[in-house]
Design a protein around this ligand. Sequence first.
Ligand SMILES: [Zn+2]
Length: 304
Amino acid sequence: MKKLFILLPILLLTFACKFDNPQEREKPLIVATTSILADGIRNLVGDKAEVVSLMPAGVDPHLYKASVRDLDLLQNADLVIYHGLFLEGKMTEIFEKLAFSQNLINVSEDIPNELLLRSGPEAHSVDPHIWFDVSLWAMAMKRASDELINWQPAWESSVYKNTNAYLNELAALHQDNLKKVAELRKANQALITAHDAFSYFGKAYDLEVLGLQGLSTLSEPGLRDLTGLVNFIVERNIHAVFAEQTISPKAIQAVVAGCENQNHHINLAGPLYTDSLGAPDSSAGTYIGMVKTNVQTIFESLTK
Ligand SMILES: [Zn+2]
């Protein structure tokens, strides 16, 4: 036990040094803000760089505030890659400041405006959850790949090869989703979750999607929304509603209770993975795994 106490500070120091001293790194260090983004970038760069996620799995990116340690990591990285579209809602100013001194890639910058969903005219009212439409996420990955090659021209052939392989996997995933969701549509089902993360999913795969909260997890659901939602579920004989991994199930539990009051039994299914991957060794530990796990959970719960 004593040994561990002596060893632990040494181990932590080694870990810290590896990230703090650019000269001592064997490979460039790329920091991606979210676990979903970090997984995508790892697929593009292969073993050329070390890719770390700023936010651990299970964390809500809308509310995430960078710590002093995070700021050090962002400044000392060789490259910082962020999602953009105000997903990292509390970090906008940090990116503006970092742009003066750091290599930055905003992966959503090239997504055509007409493909983005908005709740109002203001810039921050854009829906950031583009990864739920696999074809949009493929665009973000293509932009990341182009920018990675601009940054490290020597990596061109390997990043290009990795990107093509990954984009092929994403295209196959998109087709699988289309097939599965078509069956749900035939069964007259809809997807009901706690926050409006799935709007892109609904649009891309043509499924009705209803959420209790606004685009970000900052807003609380209102009672009026709840009553309307319960009536909708009962009239349409919806089989399940879904909890989500990064937010409290309280609101969606209220929907279940409201349905029970009207003698309509409904399953509380999930949790669905929304704004973060699952644990690294779980089926949702990668972006592709997360999408497959979600679609399977949705499909099984709504066709039961
Ligand atoms: Zn979200």
